[in-house]
Design a binder for this molecule. Structure first.
Ligand code: ATP
Length: 352
């Protein structure tokens, strides 16, 4: 039996996970769910014990459905840097019934691939005095550095970029097979201001493109990309960005389809993957049964696809779409009055 570790997470996230798990259980899937404690339940243990406990259970599972963490639930760092899940896939797909602020939301159907391990998230930070002692300091920095300062380093590696580039080209091929559109990859970073990291990232992606002649590659500077995510989304299919830009701009993408409650994600490595909504723990609505579980359920759809349960993935995906198409039992963020649990029950009712 395939085991899925289910991590409820913190603040409002466990409410979304509970409701999603009810739907998954109603599907009678060939899966064993190992439901881990919430962050609140873990809080009595010292952090080192919590971490060891979580890592053991996560490693024992075949994959993980992760509710968002505010830090109380550990494990996410292990799932990223321990499992080396280098590609964070964040689909931006509008469905009829989503409350999008866009004039033509039907044009929104692309995925952001965010490199998941490098860039500004490598955790290299410190006092600028450490840099002053090196020969890395150019004239611009010298001018500004009279006094106290901190730095955070941004690191791009050839191996990391090649891996996420290949993943993205292959995703473009798969999407093209499924949607019948020409395979296309858009890559974006701050190439003009950051030649050492960002231009190099795009150059490596271009080099790897030689292995995928059937995938058209386009490149935009990240500020132009931001404007295109609002104005020219019909041209987009797979959009690859370094970690920080992908993190920020995928929230913009979520806003265009109708909000964070609709934004799923999957993080993929070689032979390992885990799945989590793109949103945070929504602390402002915790305990109110207002959190929209759609993002968690769509992350579960991605998980079922990865587990080769394609028919079941489609079944769940179609039931979610049907709830929005009918416009009944929608949560408050989508203009309805349903609770988290009522939405999930409606998804269950519409399962084929
Ligand atoms: P983090 O720092 O962990 O990302 P955050 O509070 O900054 O947390 P989110 O948790 O993503 O970010 O929340 C941003 C806003 O979106 C909040 O007002 C929150 O209530 C809302 N939100 C997020 N997820 C959902 C959801 N699933 N359903 C309804 N509203 C949501």
């Amino acid at each position: 039996m395939t085991t899925v570790a289910v991590v409820p997470g913190d603040d409002a996230a466990p409410e979304a996970m509970d409701a999603s798990l009810d739907v998954l259980r109603a599907m009678n899937l060939p899966l064993d769910f190992d439901v881990l404690p919430t962050g609140a339940e873990l809080a009595a243990q010292p952090m080192a014990e919590r971490e060891a406990f979580m890592i053991e259970r996560l490693d024992a599972a075949d994959t993980v459905l992760f509710g968002s963490s505010n830090g109380s639930t550990p494990g996410i760092a292990h799932l990223r840097w321990g499992w080396l899940t280098y590609a964070n896939v964040r689909p931006v797909q509008w469905r009829p019934g989503y409350r999008s602020p866009m004039a033509k939301p039907e044009l929104l159907d692309y995925v952001i691939v965010r490199e998941n391990l490098e860039d500004a998230y490598v955790g290299i930070m410190g006092d600028v005095d450490a840099l002053r002692a090196t020969d890395l300091i150019g004239p611009r920095a010298r001018l500004a550095w009279e006094g106290e300062g901190r730095f955070a380093a941004k690191v791009i590696t050839r191996e990391g970029t090649e891996k996420v580039a290949r993943f993205s080209y292959e995703l473009a091929q798969k999407r093209s097979e499924a949607n019948g559109r020409p395979a296309s990859l858009t890559v974006s970073a701050k190439t003009n201001m950051l030649p050492a990291t960002d231009r190099w990232f795009c150059e490596i992606v271009a080099d790897i493109g030689a292995e995928y002649p059937d995938v058209a590659r386009t490149e935009f500077i990240i500020d132009d990309m931001a404007h295109r995510l609002a104005l020219h989304t019909a041209d987009l299919d797979v959009v690859l960005m370094p970690n920080l830009y992908g993190d920020v701009l995928s929230d913009l993408g979520a806003g265009t389809i109708g909000g964070m409650g609709l934004a799923p994600s999957g993080c993929y490595g070689d032979g390992r993957a885990y799945f989590e909504s793109a949103h945070g723990t929504a602390p402002d609505i915790a305990g109110q049964q207002r959190i929209n579980p759609t993002a968690t359920l769509l992350s579960a759809v991605m998980m079922l696809e990865w587990l080769d349960l394609g028919t079941e993935a489609t079944r769940l995906d179609q039931a979610i779409s049907a709830v929005y198409a009918k416009g009944r039992a929608l949560t408050v963020d989508q203009g309805g009055t349903a609770t988290t649990g009522e939405f999930a029950t409606e998804v269950e009712n519409l399962l084929s």
